[in-house]
Design a protein around this ligand. Structure first.
Ligand SMILES: *Cc1c(COP(=O)(O)O)cnc(C)c1O
Ligand code: SF4
Length: 362
């Protein structure tokens, strides 16, 4: 659907304004607004999610309580890949609030990565050498229950015009930076016009070589991979790397495949990061299948993250010992390049920490 009008899409805490080009020839069958419409119609009430999937209403009170501290958000494109009537569906479990989130777990904090003290320049987290996170906005296409940013004060990170200039100035001033990582929230929630502007600004900074985007949108709403987005990523002098976030092979259906294919064919380097999640992907077969499916779709496995110890996510934790075994087992029946690096992020460390798998002889 192509419209020529200005359209304002309201979501819960942001307003996205997108003006279409009005030129049907310039666009393909993927309307620039389709993804925004899908995003604005995402399920934000636990009851609607349970009803849509035909789940037991007994789950409702826990879901309602848990969603008060971190709201539920799930687009229908993602729900469509869940199994009807299955409360243990591995996609559902990533997004359905449950009463376990209310349990105070020792060692789990509100800011496990120590990001808030580093956040002196608004919109920027600069912890590692040569690269930094630039966060254009606060919204995600989906609210993942295990997310380490569930308590992050995003409202403080919405940039106005001066703050944009000041963030860009920070990057301009530091010639040791080679790579800017757009992160968030999900940076692809920004509209194509804003992203195009941002990518052009970054490309004008001579010491930058790479643009990396950390995003779950190609997985959650694959319609987000518009022609304009692909053009912005490939018409710049910067090398573009898109790091998607997929945790389970069921997440990659034909619509996601098609979106990944568009990026790949245009020359974008594709990587994946996953989080190891109890009851969702904590077995070697599932992890191996995920790697196989990703590679089939031109995506190289990058990181498998141990859960960040954020309050409300303790029920997703897989122990380090168990994780090392899982990756060791996976290495037995996976090509070496399909085994992701098991990583933990520790506050105050100059990089992520890679954890070696444990192997046992046959
Ligand atoms: C993960 C992360 C990066 C990127 O790390 P890589 O190991 O290069 O993928 C950069 N900055 C911050 C703050 C991070 O958390
Ligand atoms: S930042 Fe990533 S993991 Fe966290 S809620 Fe957003 S999409 Fe999910």
């Amino acid at each position: 659907m192509i419209t020529c009008s200005a359209q304002t899409v309201h979501t819960n805490n942001i307003k996205i304004r997108e003006i279409s080009s009005g030129s049907p020839q310039a666009s393909s069958s993927r309307s620039p607004q389709e993804w925004q419409s899908i995003l604005s119609h995402a399920v934000t009430e636990p009851e609607e999610l349970l009803n849509t999937l035909g789940l037991n209403p007994d789950l409702l009170p826990g879901a309602v309580t848990a969603s008060q501290s971190f709201r539920i958000r799930v687009p229908h494109t993602y729900i469509a890949r869940m199994e009807h009537g299955n409360p243990d569906d591995p996609l559902l479990k990533q997004v359905l609030p449950i009463s376990d989130e209310m349990v105070e777990a020792p060692g789990f904090s509100h800011d496990p990565l120590g990001e808030q003290p580093k956040n002196s320049q608004r919109g920027i987290i600069h912890k590692y050498q040569g690269r930094l996170l630039l966060m254009p906005g606060s919204l995600c296409a989906v609210n993942c229950r295990f997310c380490f940013r569930r308590h992050f004060p995003y409202d403080d990170n919405k940039l106005n015009k001066e703050e944009w200039q000041s963030a860009l100035e920070y990057i301009r001033q530091d010639a040791s930076l080679k790579e800017v990582i757009l992160s968030g929230g999900d940076p692809l929630v920004q509209n194509d016009r804003r992203l195009k502007w941002l990518i052009e600004e970054l490309a004008n900074i001579p010491h930058l070589q790479r643009l990396r985007i950390h995003t779950r949108l190609p997985v959650i709403i694959p319609q987000r991979v518009t022609d304009d987005l692909v053009n912005s990523l490939t018409s710049t002098r910067l090398k573009s790397v898109v790091v998607i976030h997929s945790n389970h092979p069921n997440e990659i259906d034909h619509t996601v495949s098609a979106a990944l294919s568009r990026l790949y064919r245009a020359g974008v380097q594709l990587l994946n990061q996953s989080t190891l999640l109890k009851g969702i992907n904590d077995n070697a077969e599932t992890l191996a299948e995920l790697s196989e499916v990703l590679f089939h779709n031109h995506v190289m496995p990058y990181y498998l993250h141990l859960l960040d110890k954020v309050q409300g996510a303790a029920h997703f934790e897989v122990s380090e010992e168990q994780a090392r075994k899982l990756v060791g087992d996976m290495s037995q029946f996976c090509s070496g390049y399909l085994v992701p690096k098991l990583a933990r992020e520790t506050a105050g460390m100059p990089s992520k920490t890679i954890i070696s798998p444990t192997y046992h002889s046959i």
